[in-house]
Design a protein around this ligand. Structure first.
Ligand SMILES: Nc1ncnc2c1ncn2[C@@H]1O[C@H](COP(=O)(O)OP(=O)(O)OP(=O)(O)O)[C@@H](O)[C@H]1O
Ligand SMILES: [Mg+2]
Length: 330
């Protein structure tokens, strides 16, 4: 195991930012720390970097207790939401500056070669002599990424690196970051509050809420088997139904529309039909008239179904897709 976070608690005065957080990260893994604003994501990342010291608990890097190791000795690269480039230096100058600070044994020529290598990797070689303000947000963030990987760090820490970018650039950069991370086989830990980002990029997701870890698992695992209603709701959409003294949950895409209802099926009344691209989401009321249920149907099937708002629908909730939680949990 490359990184072990063991029972970390971090308090700022009376405020507990991390409450007994533990996680294990393997070499070469891409890990996303996912959770709502204020849950402690940045604090956890900064604690791993040594930029914050924990109130209690330990951090092991490569098996060695590194809880109180100086940040400069931890060998990480870091990329923030704000690109934090030097405005008065060219793109290649920004990267060489980082190398001059950290890699004193390199000759100037080696530094320049290294800087140009990483700029090719992030596809900015042709822009190397420009200044940050002459580049788009996405290009500036790629520069920040290049600056971090130029140092050949043992691990890469990314704090919401994509959140300042528009949707299209964000999607493209996700793929780029992931493929660079894989080709360098570098361990990466990225903070995000975007569940889609975490699901598409991560090998492993650490889901946090209110300073605690709620669940750690592969994307499919946290999506298919969320351990509690918080995780179920935070990642994707989940329907919660109170049935025979239990809270049962099911994803909108697992619900089937049937022509003939049998005793386990439910009758609902359609409230609203929402086109969402590939899928169409149907909002419907359960017989109690107050609980809303959502189901997703491939949009290409919608015409054949001849649905209309206020119309009745029979739904089947396949047993294998129902998740049970203790009563009242949701
Ligand atoms: N330096 C600090 N001094 C005092 N309180 C802090 C400090 N840093 C963080 N906190 C508090 O700790 C809690 C966790 O903050 P943190 O920045 O880790 O959250 P986050 O999950 O990164 O949120 P966001 O998604 O908004 O960036 C918050 O309540 C915050 O106010
Ligand atoms: Mg943060």
């Amino acid at each position: 195991m490359f990184l072990q976070i063991k029972d970390i608690t971090k308090k700022f005065g009376k405020q507990t930012a991390l409450n007994n957080v533990s996680a294990e990260i393997e070499k070469g893994e891409f890990v996303c720390i996912l959770g709502p604003s204020g849950c402690g994501k940045t604090t956890l990342l900064r604690t791993i970097a040594g930029l914050e010291l924990p109130t209690s608990g330990q951090i092991f890097i490569d098996g060695k207790d590194s809880t109180y190791l100086h940040p400069a000795k931890r060998n990480f690269g870091i990329v923030f939401q704000s690109y934090a480039l030097f405005p008065n230096m060219t793109i290649v100058g920004n990267i060489m500056f980082g190398l001059q600070q950290k890699k004193k044994s390199m000759t100037k020529q080696e530094m320049e070669n290294k800087a140009l290598d990483v700029l090719r990797m992030v596809d900015l070689y042709d822009h190397r002599n420009k200044y940050p303000r002459q580049l788009s947000g996405g290009m500036q963030q790629r520069t920040a990424l290049a600056r971090a990987i130029a140092l050949s760090p043992a691990f890469l820490l990314l704090d919401e690196p994509l959140s300042a970018l528009d949707a299209k650039v964000r999607h493209k950069l996700r793929t780029e970051i992931r493929s660079i991370q894989q080709s360098l086989k570098i361990t990466a830990i990225m903070v995000t509050h975007d569940q889609e980002e975490a699901l598409t990029m991560a090998d492993k997701i650490i889901v946090m809420n209110n300073s605690v870890v709620e669940q750690i698992g592969a994307p499919r695992e946290v999506y298919d088997k969320p351990v509690n209603p918080f995780v179920a709701n935070f990642i994707g959409t989940m329907n919660f139904l109170q049935r025979s003294g239990q809270t049962r949950a099911i994803r909108p895409e697992q619900i089937e529309i049937v022509d003939h209802r049998d005793e386990h099926d439910v009758t609902v009344r359609i409230k609203h039909i929402e086109f969402k691209g590939v899928l169409t989401r149907i909002h419907a009321f359960l017989p109690n008239q107050t609980t809303m249920i959502y189901l997703d149907v491939p949009s290409e099937q919608i015409d054949d179904l001849q649905l209309n708002e206020n119309g009745m629908l029979f739904l089947r909730l396949p047993q294998e897709h129902l998740i049970d939680y203790p009563q009242g949990a949701a």
